[in-house]
Every structure is written in C-alpha cells, then in structure tokens.
Design a protein around this ligand. Sequence first.
Ligand code: FE2
Length: 163
Amino acid sequence: MQTPSAAKQLGEEHRRVWPLLDDLASIAESLSPGSADEGSVRRYAEAVQKIEDELDIHLLREEKILFPPLEAFLPRDSGPLAVMLAEHEDLRSDKTKMKELLAAGPQADTVAQIREIALRFVAVLKSHIQKEDNILFPMAEMHLSASDKERIARELLEFTLVG
Ligand SMILES: [Fe+2]
C-alpha cells in the first residue's frame, strides 16, 4: 500500500482541527465579563485543550520532518517557510497565554483578553492552514524529489505512531 503523501496526512490534520477552531471562536465570542459563568469557562477550557491535543504534535511533525528538506529550495529566514515558522511561534505563544489566563480564573478584566486572544488565535491558525494547504504543500510537491517525498510521508506516519 502506498503511504499517504505529506500533504494528505497534514491536510487531514488541518481538516480535523478546523471545526474545533469554529467551536473555540463561537465560545470566545459569547464570553463577556457578565457571561463568564462556570459552564462557559469550562467549555472554553475544553475547546483549548482539544486544539492543543491536535496542534502540538502537528506543529512538531511539520517542523521536524517536512520543513527541513524544504530548506533546499526555500530560505529559512525569509519567504513562505519563514512566515510559517513565525506563525507556529505566534500560535504557541497565544495558546500558552490562553491557558495562563484560564489558570488565573475568569476575572472581569481577563475575560476581554481571553476573548481577544482566542479570536486572534483562530484567525491566525485558519489563514496559516490555508497558506500551507494552498501554497507550501504544492511547492513541496513540485520541488521535492520522489524519493524525498516518499521518505517524508513515511517519517510523518511513523512520527504519529511513536507520538
Ligand atoms: Fe499545518
């Protein structure tokens, strides 16, 4: 059986996280200092956790397996690869902030901040996913050799299994 391509494997993970982002956005939009009751804060925490469970490993799979061979034809410090790496860091830092604010409890002044960061996180990750699916993955498909593509696809699959 042929190994599913990198674009297929990583694209499926993108499609899995997308509805979780819609959930997070709608929960965040409904948060206001007056409505941050225990139930909505718990739903918010669960939504962040579900995204984290998908995202942490996904970002590592891209950074450790797909991105390094792309450096043969894309610079690491400018252009699409640099943008993707910078966005990964922005996403990690916003995710950490969301968790820190949650841990501090929903005081009136943190609710607005939670809402703002969550909505920014959703917007950045959605546009990031679209850039990878529509620009970066097709570039990888075009420029990488057949044997590199096969090796990357296999390593991605193994990385998931090893966890
Ligand atoms: Fe991705």
